[in-house]
Design a protein around this ligand. Structure first.
Ligand code: IPM
Ligand code: MG
Length: 364
């Protein structure tokens, strides 16, 4: 029986449309072999939505996303919109999508592929074998806390304010996702906070510690965020699953990404308690190389694999896409961001074609 899925595509800005086009072709290739039928619908987000509809997240886009089985998002933002007021920034559209769909759990796996060890800025012996997952809280913390704004003080000086706040229930639900994720991995969970300074972090630490009673099979440790950042570059292999708040997760996931050689390789999944998830690369819209066919589509393609695995329960199809990515790297295909001596540098489209070839070979 063929499974039908409605997928909303949000190509967004910069390199977004290029990497999305490659990814859709890949998904079309696997449809037949896995008895899947995708119905794709496109919608606007970010700068593209601002230009066309005057808002970075038009109501119609959120509605389309809600009425789909999963959402694939490429990237948003660019120099052109950087000076707009905050409520009209492309980033505001992305944050609105996350909160509108209540996607509180962001899974960001960072695995070092043997073929790319030399693309890492760290030494081979430090990164070889790294396989970790950052579980980032995505709809709370300082990104959404109130009060926020820039206010005039009595002296007339301006004062900028943001608030880092977490409720117990918000900590518990992301904690549970993280313990469950750790259970499916190597049963080690490291919770990252700043409990030596911040009350909100002390509550975080207390709740995560309390939750650990329900997961006696998972070894729980705690690190302060500054130390965690250092440990990630000093000895990343000590980590299995990391759970942390929105801001710390934003920062640590970029560091984790770079361990693997390029942020152009990392996918992510944003999930809620129910409803469609959003699957997107960790990297941004790279406006400096947009439209030049230089982008690395692999993080986007791997995000589609995460969609199949975590959003649609199609693990076999996900496995095949991931295997095709490994295969093209094994064949020496690289985009500029991950090139090393002796490899063949391909553009975004040609990388897509190499992937399609690898997929058609694996179907035989
Ligand atoms: C990310 C990005 C976003 C974030 C930006 C674009 C708003 O950096 O997904 O990591 O800060 O969450
Ligand atoms: Mg980020």
């Amino acid at each position: 029986m063929t499974q039908e899925y409605r997928i909303t595509l949000l190509p967004g800005d910069g390199i977004g449309p290029e990497i999305m086009a490659v990814t859709v072709e890949i998904l079309k290739t696997i449809e037949a072999q896995h008895h899947i039928n995708f119905t794709f619908q496109e919608a606007l987000i970010g700068g593209a939505a601002l230009d066309a509809a005057g808002h970075p997240l038009p109501d119609e886009t959120l509605e389309k996303c809600r009425n789909s089985d999963a959402v694939l998002l490429a990237a948003i933002g660019g120099y052109k919109w950087d000076t707009l007021p905050r409520n009209l920034r492309p980033e505001t559209g992305l944050l609105g999508l996350r909160s509108g769909l209540e996607l509180f759990a962001n899974l960001r796996p960072a695995t070092i592929l043997p073929q790319l060890i030399d693309a890492s800025s760290l030494k081979r012996e430090v990164v070889e074998g790294v396989d970790l997952m950052v579980v980032r809280e995505l709809t709370g913390g300082i990104y959404f806390g109130q009060p926020r704004g820039v206010f005039a003080t009595e002296s007339g000086e301006q004062r900028g304010v943001n608030t880092m706040a977490y409720r117990e229930s918000e900590i518990d639900r992301i904690g549970r996702v993280a313990f469950e994720a750790a259970r499916k991995r190597n049963r080690k969970l490291c919770s990252v906070d700043k409990a030596n300074v911040l009350e909100v972090s002390q509550l975080w630490r207390d709740r995560i510690t309390a939750l650990s009673a329900e997961y006696p099979d998972v070894e729980l440790t705690h690190l302060y965020v500054d130390n965690a950042a250092m440990q990630l570059v000093r000895a990343p292999k000590q980590f299995d699953t990391i759970v942390t708040g929105n801001l710390f997760g934003d920062i640590l996931s970029d560091i984790a990404a770079m361990l693997t050689g390029s942020i152009g390789m990392l996918p992510s999944a944003s999930l809620g308690a129910s409803g469609p998830g959003v699957f997107e690369p960790v990297h941004g819209s790279a406006p400096d190389i947009a439209g030049q066919d230089k982008a690395n589509p692999l993080a986007m393609v791997l995000s589609a694999a995460m969609m199949l695995r975590y959003g649609l329960n199609q693990a076999e199809a996900a496995d095949r896409i991931e295997a095709a990515v490994l295969q093209v790297l094994e064949n020496g295909c690289r985009t500029t961001d991950i090139q090393s001596p002796g490899t063949t540098v391909l553009g975004c489209q040609a990388m897509g074609e190499a992937l399609m070839k690898a997929l058609s070979v694996s179907a035989k």
